[in-house]
Design a protein around this ligand. Structure first.
Ligand code: 6GU
Length: 270
């Protein structure tokens, strides 16, 4: 069930420490995850080991040269080339989500190729890349942060990586809904009390309340997720209730106003 990640980057120093804490650290110690960082520059030739060059056709920025990237992929994978997914991290990739993390977690080995600058020469993609992933619709300076996100999200899905096996299942998105709110001691904090039901000891009521909170939050903040979620007849009835209430119609994506709490008590909608 273990997974090996090969991460190819021009900036291996960016990963310093990020896999040395918490769940990824424990998963590594348990042998569930192994991670090898490879500096693409080590595979560049010539006295200056140049890895980038100006784009044909002009325009700004630099493009990562194909030779060092191809050499790095081939050297790292060796005989395994063709059997291991070669994932390019790029804003042009398919969007990363819980489903994609699940899919990747079924692999035994993954190569994550971090792009930088304007991108990697297209021939690398044509010849060697088998998958392209983006972590969202915004531009990062490189794929490194995306690689970190993928390693962490995938590691959490490896059986045994989390102490509590129930934790993955109840996670936000695992069931297609946002999570219900969490509380711990004290029962009153700065005048804000923990919802009564959570102190009641009535387990069935607590389960029902949490489910409704998850549905309500998802309805308010991410109505797009509700269309995909597996909902029971009771869930659907509750969503119907929300729709029929005088709540403001949710927008497709949460707006600033939707999320505008802690503004001095003016707009505490959620
Ligand atoms: Cl994977 N790379 C870069 N450079 N920017 C991104 C991204 C990836 N995902 C979202 N933005």
């Amino acid at each position: 069930m273990a997974i090996h990640f090969d991460i190819l980057t021009l900036f291996p120093g960016l990963f310093d420490g990020v896999f040395d804490e918490s769940i990824v650290k424990r998963a590594r110690e348990a042998g569930l995850v192994t991670i090898a960082l490879h500096n693409i520059r080590d595979y560049a030739t010539g006295r200056h080991r140049i890895t980038d060059d100006t784009p044909y056709g002009g325009g700004g920025g630099m493009v990562i040269k194909p030779e060092p990237v191809a050499a790095a992929i081939e050297a790292v994978l060796g005989e395994a080339l063709g059997t291991v997914p070669v994932v390019l991290l790029t804003p042009q990739g398919r969007l990363f989500n819980h489903q994609v993390a699940r899919e990747l977690s079924r692999q035994r080995r993954l190569l994550l190729l971090c792009g930088r600058y304007e991108g990697v020469d297209e021939r690398v993609r044509e010849l060697l890349v088998t998958d392209e992933i983006s972590i969202g619709d915004y531009v990062l300076s490189g794929g490194e942060v995306a690689a970190m996100a993928i390693v962490e999200a995938v590691t959490r899905l490896i059986p045994g990586a989390l102490g509590d096996p129930g934790a993955t299942f109840e996670d936000s998105h695992a069931e297609g809904l946002l999570e219900y709110p969490h509380y711990t001691r004290p029962t009153v904090f700065r005048g804000h009390a923990v919802p009564e039901v959570l102190l009641s000891g009535n387990h069935a009521e607590i389960v029902r309340w949490r489910r409704r909170q998850a549905l309500r939050r998802t309805w308010q903040r991410r109505p797009d997720l509700l269309d995909q979620a597996r909902l029971s007849a009771e869930d659907l009835a509750y969503v119907q209730e929300l729709e029929e209430g005088n709540q403001t119609t949710p927008s497709q994506v949460a707006t600033l106003e939707d999320l505008c709490y802690n503004t001095g008590g003016k707009s505490q909608r959620l």
